[in-house]
Design a protein around this ligand. Sequence first.
Ligand SMILES: Nc1ncnc2c1ncn2[C@@H]1O[C@H](COP(=O)(O)OP(=O)(O)OP(=O)(O)O)[C@@H](O)[C@H]1O
Ligand SMILES: [Mg+2]
Length: 222
Amino acid sequence: MVKIEQVSKIFDEGRPQAFEALRAIDLEVGAGEMVVLSGVSGSGKSTLLSLIAALDKPSSGKIVVGGEPISKLPDLHASAYRAKAIGVIFQHFNLLDALSVEENVIVPLIPSGVAYPTLKQMASKSMQMASIEHKATQQVKALSGGEKQRCAIARALVHDPKLILCDEPTANLDRANSLKFIAMLETLHAQGKTIIVATHDPLFESLDFVDRVIGMEDGKIV
Ligand SMILES: Nc1ncnc2c1ncn2[C@@H]1O[C@H](COP(=O)(O)OP(=O)(O)OP(=O)(O)O)[C@@H](O)[C@H]1O
Ligand SMILES: [Mg+2]
């Protein structure tokens, strides 16, 4: 599902403050696999996820997702790639505060040109799965942290992506909501989704549905 070959990422390349955040990474994640990326702060976890999501480009190396080389996609194609295949859940939810839960969930579907009644149905299904449908018409700014998280999950899953990327998804959640989130990941894993979670939350260390824990250190896989 994800094939990463000799990927390096140098920020501010060619300048005195240049920093090599990823160093010749090789990694393969199979379809349906649930993988945890762990490592101390600054080890390169978020950088790696952003390259897999085509939110940024590697300085060198190759990334292939679902058979499609994505490392050199122009921006317009990169957003089409995300809209088709990827769900991303960030630590800071990046929700639109002034809009309702349902509107936030529908936003990523708008460029698809799908008719509005169908969009509403897709949003409803995704909000149900994330247990946030009862707040569909509420403005995001009036939600609790755990509810915002569930809204972000509903938005990430509304297009039924095959690959789900989560960056520190439980960092803003209390234990009860973290456990609920983990239960939802388990359901998605059972449905055959490929899931990559970057986290240093110890709750992820002992889960039996995690197929692999990949350690990162100084931009390398250890
Ligand atoms: N845009 C940028 N410009 C320069 N350096 C950057 C940039 N983004 C990240 N870095 C550096 O790259 C390194 C890896 O950052 P990254 O965010 O991938 O770490 P991380 O493992 O996700 O850490 P955390 O656990 O704190 O989220 C860090 O040292 C960071 O300062
Ligand atoms: Mg990070």
